[in-house]
Design a protein around this ligand. Structure first.
Ligand SMILES: NC(=O)c1ccc[n+]([C@@H]2O[C@H](COP(=O)([O-])OP(=O)(O)OC[C@H]3O[C@@H](n4cnc5c(N)ncnc54)[C@H](OP(=O)(O)O)[C@@H]3O)[C@@H](O)[C@H]2O)c1
Length: 347
Protein backbone atom coordinates (compact mmCIF):
# COMPACT_ATOMS: atom_id res chain seq x y z
CA UNK A 1 0.00 0.00 0.00
CA UNK A 2 1.52 3.39 -0.97
CA UNK A 3 1.07 6.71 0.79
CA UNK A 4 -1.98 7.69 -1.33
CA UNK A 5 -3.86 4.52 -0.33
CA UNK A 6 -2.99 4.75 3.36
CA UNK A 7 -5.74 6.39 5.42
CA UNK A 8 -5.00 9.12 7.89
CA UNK A 9 -6.28 8.59 11.47
CA UNK A 10 -8.70 11.51 10.89
CA UNK A 11 -10.25 9.89 7.83
CA UNK A 12 -10.44 6.55 9.64
CA UNK A 13 -12.31 8.19 12.54
CA UNK A 14 -14.64 9.89 10.05
CA UNK A 15 -15.33 6.55 8.34
CA UNK A 16 -15.95 4.78 11.64
CA UNK A 17 -18.26 7.60 12.77
CA UNK A 18 -20.13 7.45 9.44
CA UNK A 19 -20.58 3.69 9.70
CA UNK A 20 -21.90 4.00 13.23
CA UNK A 21 -24.30 6.71 12.05
CA UNK A 22 -25.61 4.49 9.24
CA UNK A 23 -26.02 1.53 11.62
CA UNK A 24 -27.87 3.79 14.11
CA UNK A 25 -30.17 5.14 11.37
CA UNK A 26 -30.83 1.60 10.09
CA UNK A 27 -31.71 0.42 13.62
CA UNK A 28 -34.02 3.40 14.09
CA UNK A 29 -35.54 2.62 10.71
CA UNK A 30 -36.17 -0.96 11.79
CA UNK A 31 -37.76 0.22 15.02
CA UNK A 32 -39.96 2.62 13.05
CA UNK A 33 -41.02 -0.32 10.86
CA UNK A 34 -42.14 -2.17 13.95
CA UNK A 35 -44.11 0.72 15.39
CA UNK A 36 -47.25 0.43 13.19
CA UNK A 37 -50.04 -0.59 15.52
CA UNK A 38 -53.32 -2.11 14.34
CA UNK A 39 -55.19 -0.69 17.33
CA UNK A 40 -58.22 1.23 16.06
CA UNK A 41 -57.31 0.67 12.39
CA UNK A 42 -59.89 -0.23 9.76
CA UNK A 43 -58.80 -3.52 8.18
CA UNK A 44 -60.49 -5.24 5.21
CA UNK A 45 -59.71 -8.95 4.70
CA UNK A 46 -61.01 -10.52 1.49
CA UNK A 47 -62.01 -14.17 1.90
CA UNK A 48 -62.25 -13.73 5.67
CA UNK A 49 -65.13 -16.17 6.03
CA UNK A 50 -63.05 -19.29 6.57
CA UNK A 51 -59.51 -20.68 6.67
CA UNK A 52 -56.59 -18.30 6.92
CA UNK A 53 -58.72 -15.18 6.33
CA UNK A 54 -60.87 -15.96 9.35
CA UNK A 55 -57.77 -16.34 11.52
CA UNK A 56 -56.31 -13.11 10.15
CA UNK A 57 -59.56 -11.38 11.12
CA UNK A 58 -59.31 -12.87 14.62
CA UNK A 59 -55.65 -11.86 14.97
CA UNK A 60 -56.27 -8.31 13.71
CA UNK A 61 -59.28 -7.92 16.02
CA UNK A 62 -57.17 -9.12 18.96
CA UNK A 63 -54.77 -6.26 18.16
CA UNK A 64 -57.69 -3.81 18.43
CA UNK A 65 -58.47 -3.45 14.72
CA UNK A 66 -61.98 -2.82 13.38
CA UNK A 67 -62.38 -5.59 10.86
CA UNK A 68 -64.33 -6.17 7.65
CA UNK A 69 -64.52 -9.58 5.95
CA UNK A 70 -66.05 -10.81 2.71
CA UNK A 71 -66.74 -14.03 0.84
CA UNK A 72 -69.20 -15.31 -1.76
CA UNK A 73 -71.16 -17.76 0.39
CA UNK A 74 -73.45 -15.75 2.71
CA UNK A 75 -73.91 -18.68 5.11
CA UNK A 76 -70.26 -19.26 5.94
CA UNK A 77 -69.79 -15.47 6.04
CA UNK A 78 -72.53 -15.13 8.64
CA UNK A 79 -71.08 -17.98 10.71
CA UNK A 80 -67.71 -16.21 10.62
CA UNK A 81 -69.27 -12.88 11.63
CA UNK A 82 -70.99 -14.52 14.61
CA UNK A 83 -67.79 -16.32 15.67
CA UNK A 84 -65.80 -13.07 15.54
CA UNK A 85 -68.53 -11.11 17.37
CA UNK A 86 -68.51 -13.74 20.12
CA UNK A 87 -64.87 -12.94 20.91
CA UNK A 88 -65.77 -9.24 21.10
CA UNK A 89 -64.54 -8.21 17.64
CA UNK A 90 -66.08 -5.21 15.89
CA UNK A 91 -66.75 -6.82 12.52
CA UNK A 92 -68.52 -5.93 9.29
CA UNK A 93 -69.32 -8.84 6.92
CA UNK A 94 -70.22 -8.10 3.30
CA UNK A 95 -70.97 -10.75 0.64
CA UNK A 96 -68.72 -10.09 -2.35
CA UNK A 97 -67.13 -11.84 -5.32
CA UNK A 98 -63.65 -10.36 -5.67
CA UNK A 99 -63.53 -11.52 -9.30
CA UNK A 100 -66.33 -9.06 -10.11
CA UNK A 101 -65.21 -5.45 -10.18
CA UNK A 102 -68.64 -3.96 -9.43
CA UNK A 103 -69.06 -6.29 -6.47
CA UNK A 104 -65.66 -5.13 -5.15
CA UNK A 105 -66.65 -1.48 -5.62
CA UNK A 106 -69.81 -2.06 -3.58
CA UNK A 107 -67.77 -3.91 -0.93
CA UNK A 108 -65.24 -1.12 -0.46
CA UNK A 109 -67.94 1.59 -0.47
CA UNK A 110 -69.95 -0.29 2.19
CA UNK A 111 -66.91 -0.91 4.37
CA UNK A 112 -65.77 2.71 4.12
CA UNK A 113 -69.28 3.85 5.13
CA UNK A 114 -69.26 1.53 8.14
CA UNK A 115 -65.61 1.77 9.28
CA UNK A 116 -64.32 4.98 7.70
CA UNK A 117 -61.18 5.17 5.53
CA UNK A 118 -59.37 1.84 5.20
CA UNK A 119 -55.93 1.62 6.80
CA UNK A 120 -55.11 -1.96 5.83
CA UNK A 121 -56.24 -4.19 2.95
CA UNK A 122 -55.42 -7.89 3.14
CA UNK A 123 -55.94 -9.57 -0.24
CA UNK A 124 -56.46 -13.12 0.96
CA UNK A 125 -59.35 -14.57 -1.11
CA UNK A 126 -58.15 -17.44 -3.25
CA UNK A 127 -59.22 -20.59 -5.07
CA UNK A 128 -57.23 -23.69 -6.00
CA UNK A 129 -57.78 -26.32 -8.69
CA UNK A 130 -55.84 -29.58 -8.37
CA UNK A 131 -55.21 -32.05 -11.19
CA UNK A 132 -52.97 -32.80 -14.17
CA UNK A 133 -52.66 -30.30 -17.02
CA UNK A 134 -54.48 -32.61 -19.43
CA UNK A 135 -57.57 -32.58 -17.17
CA UNK A 136 -57.65 -28.77 -16.85
CA UNK A 137 -59.71 -26.60 -19.15
CA UNK A 138 -59.24 -22.95 -20.07
CA UNK A 139 -62.03 -22.09 -17.63
CA UNK A 140 -59.90 -23.40 -14.73
CA UNK A 141 -57.15 -20.94 -15.68
CA UNK A 142 -59.72 -18.16 -16.07
CA UNK A 143 -61.20 -18.92 -12.65
CA UNK A 144 -57.78 -18.96 -10.97
CA UNK A 145 -56.74 -15.69 -12.61
CA UNK A 146 -60.11 -14.07 -11.86
CA UNK A 147 -59.87 -14.72 -8.12
CA UNK A 148 -56.16 -14.95 -7.37
CA UNK A 149 -54.98 -12.12 -9.63
CA UNK A 150 -57.88 -9.85 -10.67
CA UNK A 151 -59.40 -10.43 -7.23
CA UNK A 152 -56.22 -8.94 -5.78
CA UNK A 153 -56.03 -6.09 -8.27
CA UNK A 154 -59.65 -4.86 -7.99
CA UNK A 155 -59.68 -4.25 -4.19
CA UNK A 156 -56.21 -2.71 -4.44
CA UNK A 157 -57.37 -0.24 -7.10
CA UNK A 158 -60.35 0.72 -4.94
CA UNK A 159 -58.32 1.54 -1.81
CA UNK A 160 -55.20 3.07 -3.39
CA UNK A 161 -56.52 6.59 -4.19
CA UNK A 162 -57.62 7.19 -0.60
CA UNK A 163 -54.43 5.71 0.87
CA UNK A 164 -52.37 7.89 -1.48
CA UNK A 165 -54.33 11.01 -0.47
CA UNK A 166 -53.74 10.24 3.21
CA UNK A 167 -50.10 9.32 2.64
CA UNK A 168 -50.40 6.04 4.54
CA UNK A 169 -51.73 2.49 4.33
CA UNK A 170 -50.76 -1.16 4.17
CA UNK A 171 -51.65 -3.68 1.50
CA UNK A 172 -50.92 -7.30 2.35
CA UNK A 173 -51.06 -9.73 -0.56
CA UNK A 174 -51.38 -13.43 0.23
CA UNK A 175 -49.65 -15.14 -2.69
CA UNK A 176 -48.06 -18.61 -2.47
CA UNK A 177 -44.86 -20.60 -2.92
CA UNK A 178 -46.76 -21.71 -6.05
CA UNK A 179 -46.05 -18.16 -7.26
CA UNK A 180 -42.29 -18.76 -7.05
CA UNK A 181 -42.15 -22.36 -8.32
CA UNK A 182 -44.35 -23.92 -11.00
CA UNK A 183 -45.95 -26.81 -9.09
CA UNK A 184 -47.13 -29.90 -11.04
CA UNK A 185 -50.88 -30.59 -10.87
CA UNK A 186 -51.47 -26.97 -9.74
CA UNK A 187 -50.91 -25.15 -13.03
CA UNK A 188 -53.85 -22.68 -13.06
CA UNK A 189 -53.13 -21.85 -9.41
CA UNK A 190 -49.37 -21.47 -9.92
CA UNK A 191 -49.81 -19.27 -13.01
CA UNK A 192 -52.20 -16.94 -11.15
CA UNK A 193 -49.94 -16.77 -8.10
CA UNK A 194 -46.91 -15.90 -10.25
CA UNK A 195 -48.97 -12.96 -11.52
CA UNK A 196 -49.85 -12.04 -7.94
CA UNK A 197 -46.20 -12.12 -6.79
CA UNK A 198 -45.07 -9.92 -9.69
CA UNK A 199 -47.86 -7.42 -9.12
CA UNK A 200 -47.27 -7.26 -5.39
CA UNK A 201 -43.50 -6.77 -5.66
CA UNK A 202 -43.75 -4.09 -8.35
CA UNK A 203 -46.55 -2.25 -6.56
CA UNK A 204 -44.46 -1.97 -3.40
CA UNK A 205 -41.71 -0.19 -5.32
CA UNK A 206 -44.19 2.25 -6.86
CA UNK A 207 -46.28 3.26 -3.85
CA UNK A 208 -43.52 3.45 -1.22
CA UNK A 209 -43.12 7.17 -1.97
CA UNK A 210 -46.83 7.66 -1.09
CA UNK A 211 -46.28 6.26 2.41
CA UNK A 212 -47.97 2.95 1.52
CA UNK A 213 -46.30 -0.37 2.35
CA UNK A 214 -47.09 -3.45 0.28
CA UNK A 215 -46.28 -6.77 1.95
CA UNK A 216 -45.99 -9.92 -0.18
CA UNK A 217 -46.83 -13.03 1.82
CA UNK A 218 -45.52 -16.23 0.22
CA UNK A 219 -46.73 -19.22 2.23
CA UNK A 220 -45.99 -22.86 1.63
CA UNK A 221 -48.55 -25.34 2.93
CA UNK A 222 -50.77 -24.11 5.78
CA UNK A 223 -53.23 -26.22 7.73
CA UNK A 224 -56.33 -24.11 7.04
CA UNK A 225 -58.60 -27.09 6.30
CA UNK A 226 -59.08 -25.79 2.74
CA UNK A 227 -58.81 -29.11 0.76
CA UNK A 228 -62.52 -29.89 1.41
CA UNK A 229 -63.49 -26.79 -0.56
CA UNK A 230 -60.73 -26.96 -3.19
CA UNK A 231 -61.57 -28.17 -6.71
CA UNK A 232 -60.25 -31.49 -8.05
CA UNK A 233 -59.94 -32.78 -11.58
CA UNK A 234 -58.64 -35.98 -13.18
CA UNK A 235 -58.47 -38.94 -10.77
CA UNK A 236 -60.42 -37.06 -8.11
CA UNK A 237 -59.91 -39.29 -5.11
CA UNK A 238 -56.20 -39.85 -5.73
CA UNK A 239 -55.66 -36.10 -6.26
CA UNK A 240 -57.58 -35.29 -3.10
CA UNK A 241 -55.58 -37.87 -1.16
CA UNK A 242 -52.10 -36.48 -1.98
CA UNK A 243 -53.21 -32.88 -1.61
CA UNK A 244 -55.03 -33.29 1.71
CA UNK A 245 -52.23 -35.44 3.19
CA UNK A 246 -49.57 -32.87 2.20
CA UNK A 247 -51.72 -30.14 3.72
CA UNK A 248 -51.87 -32.03 7.04
CA UNK A 249 -48.28 -33.08 7.64
CA UNK A 250 -46.50 -31.24 10.45
CA UNK A 251 -43.09 -30.05 9.25
CA UNK A 252 -44.30 -29.76 5.67
CA UNK A 253 -47.28 -27.58 6.62
CA UNK A 254 -47.57 -24.83 9.22
CA UNK A 255 -50.56 -24.32 11.53
CA UNK A 256 -52.97 -21.63 10.37
CA UNK A 257 -52.66 -19.84 13.73
CA UNK A 258 -48.91 -19.53 13.36
CA UNK A 259 -49.31 -18.37 9.76
CA UNK A 260 -51.80 -15.67 10.81
CA UNK A 261 -49.47 -14.47 13.59
CA UNK A 262 -46.54 -14.24 11.18
CA UNK A 263 -48.60 -12.36 8.61
CA UNK A 264 -49.94 -9.80 11.08
CA UNK A 265 -46.41 -9.26 12.44
CA UNK A 266 -45.07 -8.75 8.89
CA UNK A 267 -47.88 -6.29 8.21
CA UNK A 268 -46.97 -4.27 11.31
CA UNK A 269 -43.28 -4.27 10.38
CA UNK A 270 -44.08 -3.44 6.76
CA UNK A 271 -41.86 -6.25 5.45
CA UNK A 272 -41.37 -6.48 1.69
CA UNK A 273 -41.79 -10.26 1.73
CA UNK A 274 -42.52 -12.98 4.23
CA UNK A 275 -41.89 -16.56 3.13
CA UNK A 276 -42.68 -19.56 5.37
CA UNK A 277 -42.41 -22.32 6.54
CA UNK A 278 -38.75 -23.33 6.28
CA UNK A 279 -39.51 -25.96 3.59
CA UNK A 280 -40.93 -23.22 1.34
CA UNK A 281 -37.94 -20.93 2.01
CA UNK A 282 -35.54 -23.73 1.10
CA UNK A 283 -37.49 -24.51 -2.08
CA UNK A 284 -37.45 -20.86 -3.12
CA UNK A 285 -33.69 -20.49 -2.49
CA UNK A 286 -32.96 -23.75 -4.28
CA UNK A 287 -34.96 -22.65 -7.31
CA UNK A 288 -33.05 -19.36 -7.43
CA UNK A 289 -29.57 -20.88 -7.16
CA UNK A 290 -30.11 -24.28 -8.82
CA UNK A 291 -33.05 -24.11 -11.25
CA UNK A 292 -32.05 -27.27 -13.11
CA UNK A 293 -31.86 -29.29 -9.91
CA UNK A 294 -35.24 -27.88 -8.82
CA UNK A 295 -36.75 -28.75 -12.20
CA UNK A 296 -35.43 -32.30 -11.82
CA UNK A 297 -37.01 -32.68 -8.37
CA UNK A 298 -40.31 -31.22 -9.56
CA UNK A 299 -40.16 -33.61 -12.52
CA UNK A 300 -39.83 -36.58 -10.16
CA UNK A 301 -42.73 -35.23 -8.07
CA UNK A 302 -44.78 -34.87 -11.26
CA UNK A 303 -44.16 -38.53 -12.16
CA UNK A 304 -45.21 -39.66 -8.67
CA UNK A 305 -48.52 -37.76 -8.81
CA UNK A 306 -51.66 -39.60 -10.03
CA UNK A 307 -51.41 -40.21 -13.76
CA UNK A 308 -54.16 -40.29 -16.37
CA UNK A 309 -57.38 -38.47 -16.89
CA UNK A 310 -60.08 -40.68 -15.42
CA UNK A 311 -62.69 -37.93 -15.51
CA UNK A 312 -62.52 -34.36 -16.64
CA UNK A 313 -65.33 -33.17 -14.34
CA UNK A 314 -64.75 -30.81 -11.42
CA UNK A 315 -65.47 -31.97 -7.89
CA UNK A 316 -65.01 -30.24 -4.52
CA UNK A 317 -62.70 -32.04 -2.11
CA UNK A 318 -65.55 -33.05 0.19
CA UNK A 319 -66.91 -35.19 -2.67
CA UNK A 320 -63.54 -36.92 -3.29
CA UNK A 321 -63.05 -38.78 -0.01
CA UNK A 322 -61.58 -42.27 0.13
CA UNK A 323 -60.05 -44.78 2.54
CA UNK A 324 -56.82 -42.76 2.55
CA UNK A 325 -58.37 -39.36 3.14
CA UNK A 326 -59.81 -38.74 5.62
CA UNK A 327 -57.62 -40.99 7.76
CA UNK A 328 -55.05 -40.63 10.54
CA UNK A 329 -52.77 -39.09 7.90
CA UNK A 330 -55.11 -36.11 7.48
CA UNK A 331 -56.06 -35.76 11.15
CA UNK A 332 -54.52 -32.29 11.59
CA UNK A 333 -56.07 -30.95 8.40
CA UNK A 334 -59.50 -32.39 9.27
CA UNK A 335 -59.32 -30.79 12.69
CA UNK A 336 -58.43 -27.46 11.04
CA UNK A 337 -61.45 -27.80 8.72
CA UNK A 338 -63.74 -28.13 11.74
CA UNK A 339 -62.08 -25.23 13.59
CA UNK A 340 -61.89 -22.74 10.74
CA UNK A 341 -65.42 -22.82 9.39
CA UNK A 342 -64.76 -25.08 6.39
CA UNK A 343 -67.74 -27.35 7.17
CA UNK A 344 -71.39 -26.29 7.05
CA UNK A 345 -73.36 -27.50 10.11
CA UNK A 346 -75.58 -29.69 7.87
CA UNK A 347 -72.61 -31.60 6.36
N1 LIG B 1 -53.87 -23.34 2.53
C1 LIG B 1 -52.65 -23.33 2.01
O1 LIG B 1 -51.87 -24.30 2.18
C2 LIG B 1 -52.15 -22.13 1.24
C3 LIG B 1 -50.81 -22.08 0.86
C4 LIG B 1 -50.32 -20.96 0.18
C5 LIG B 1 -51.18 -19.91 -0.08
N2 LIG B 1 -52.47 -19.96 0.28
C6 LIG B 1 -53.34 -18.82 -0.01
O2 LIG B 1 -53.86 -18.30 1.19
C7 LIG B 1 -55.16 -17.74 0.96
C8 LIG B 1 -56.17 -18.36 1.92
O3 LIG B 1 -56.14 -19.78 1.74
P1 LIG B 1 -57.05 -20.75 2.61
O4 LIG B 1 -56.34 -22.04 2.67
O5 LIG B 1 -57.49 -20.10 3.85
O6 LIG B 1 -58.30 -20.93 1.61
P2 LIG B 1 -59.82 -21.27 1.94
O7 LIG B 1 -59.94 -21.91 3.26
O8 LIG B 1 -60.35 -21.99 0.76
O9 LIG B 1 -60.52 -19.83 2.04
C9 LIG B 1 -60.64 -19.05 0.92
C10 LIG B 1 -61.47 -17.83 1.27
O10 LIG B 1 -61.58 -17.02 0.10
C11 LIG B 1 -62.96 -16.81 -0.20
N3 LIG B 1 -63.10 -16.68 -1.65
C12 LIG B 1 -62.75 -17.55 -2.62
N4 LIG B 1 -63.06 -17.06 -3.82
C13 LIG B 1 -63.61 -15.84 -3.60
C14 LIG B 1 -64.15 -14.85 -4.46
N5 LIG B 1 -64.18 -14.99 -5.79
N6 LIG B 1 -64.64 -13.72 -3.90
C15 LIG B 1 -64.62 -13.56 -2.55
N7 LIG B 1 -64.12 -14.45 -1.71
C16 LIG B 1 -63.64 -15.59 -2.23
C17 LIG B 1 -63.67 -18.03 0.38
O11 LIG B 1 -65.05 -17.79 0.63
P3 LIG B 1 -66.18 -18.19 -0.48
O12 LIG B 1 -65.79 -19.49 -1.07
O13 LIG B 1 -67.46 -18.22 0.28
O14 LIG B 1 -66.16 -17.09 -1.48
C18 LIG B 1 -62.90 -18.18 1.69
O15 LIG B 1 -63.33 -17.25 2.63
C19 LIG B 1 -55.47 -18.02 -0.51
O16 LIG B 1 -55.13 -16.90 -1.30
C20 LIG B 1 -54.56 -19.18 -0.84
O17 LIG B 1 -54.26 -19.27 -2.22
C21 LIG B 1 -53.00 -21.05 0.94
Amino acid sequence: MDNHERMSPGRLALLAGGSLGIAFAATRGLRARESYSLDGRAVLITGGSRGLGLLLAREAAAEGARVAICGRDPNSLERARLALSRIGAEVVAVPCDVADRDSVRRLVRTVQQRLGPLDVLINNAGVIEVGPAEAMSVSDYEEAMATNFWGMLYPTLEVLPDMRARGSGRIVNITSIGGKLGIPHLLPYSASKFAAVGFSQGLRAEVARDGIKVVSVVPGLMRTGSPRNAIFRGRHRAEYAWFSIGDSLPGLSVSAEEAARRIVAACKRGDAEVLFPLTARLASVMNAVAPNLTAGILGVAGRLLPAGRRSSGRKPGRACQSRISPSWLTRLGDRAARKYNQIAPAE
